[in-house]
Write a protein that binds this ligand. Sequence first.
Ligand code: GRF
Length: 204
Amino acid sequence: MTKKRVGVLISGSGSNLQALIEACQQPDFPAEIAVVLSNKADAYGLERAKLVGIPAHVLSHKDFGTRDEYDAELHQMLNRHLVDVVCLAGFMRILSDGFVARWHDAMINIHPSLLPSFKGAHAIRDALAAGVKVTGCSVHFVRAEMDSGPIIAQAAVPVLPGDNESKLAARVLEQEHKIYPLALRLFADGKLTVSDEKVVISAS
Ligand code: GRF
């Protein structure tokens, strides 16, 4: 089995990265993490990668004049590590349209809401403010518009009486850690096709 090579982009704690690392450690998992890149030097996810011997690098936007220059270097680093698929895992930086186009249907993101509801950086807070009784998380292919693109997998999480942002976020995160590896497995097994901007999952 030739494993798909994954580049994971992070900015913070990297708990989703950890879930992907653990999935990739299973011998029958069809993907392996080739490199972890962070735009923040203090992202704990960098330590998680180094602990298991995965190359991990910081690419700070402060070292680049423009977004396009930054994204060009990001692209080169991914290519240098022969990456087939990019997983955004809490990467808190907007990517240029050119970068998104280069990784069309080969870049995946996880978002803490049932998309297309509650896009943006405060999905949990916004769900609580709206009073929804069910929220959740989504894994999707990345398109130029933030938090949009064909949906690969979703999990629902009930909003409970007495929930606050951190309690709800923790329960959503638990589900994220399940569906991100699942979505990556489907991708790496070649089971996903995008038709009319919707993901079709093949059974065989
Ligand atoms: C997660 O909630 C994810 O959905 C969002 O950013 C957060 C990243 O958390 N895109 P972690 O760094 O993986 O712990």
